[in-house]
Design a protein around this ligand. Structure first.
Ligand code: THU
Length: 130
């Protein structure tokens, strides 16, 4: 799976986004260590705070299917700019993959890459509870 392919899956996943309130559609594609990909989209709710982001949909789909080893995630938004994950998504992803490769994808398909530990320095993780 190339970065380009993963980015394209994230762009496609936006088609299922349910966004009657923000109209900001986000798609995510989470690549597992074995090559399996789980996609997600944002799903909004009339009780706005109950909205879930695309990245967390992809993550909980994967974990609920028994996948916990992740290599990369691509995130595609609807704006002109690159779509980086929000703080809650960074925290949730960090639980399983602090070194995750993150691809922020723009509408035109261009993307930028970073590692999750660069996006969430000094993270609070499982080790903090030992
Ligand atoms: N959103 C995501 O899906 N992922 C992010 O990382 C940032 C925000 C969604 C949530 C909401 O449906 C819309 O984008 C506007 O905030």
């Amino acid at each position: 799976m190339t970065d380009r392919q993963l980015s394209d899956l994230a762009l496609d996943a936006r088609n299922h986004a349910y966004t009657p309130y923000s109209n900001f559609k986000v798609g995510a594609a989470l690549l597992c260590a074995d090559g399996t990909v789980f996609t997600g989209c944002n799903v909004e709710n009339a009780a706005y705070g109950s909205t879930i982001c695309a990245e967390r949909v992809a993550l909980v789909k994967a974990v609920s299917e028994g996948y916990r080893d992740f290599a990369a995630i691509a995130i595609a938004g609807s704006g002109e700019d690159f779509c980086w994950p929000c703080g809650s998504c960074r925290q949730m992803l960090c639980e399983f993959a602090p070194g995750l490769r993150v691809l922020a994808v723009r509408q035109d398909g261009q993307f930028e890459a970073a590692t999750l530990d660069a996006l969430l320095p000094h993270a609070f993780g499982p080790a903090a509870l030992n």
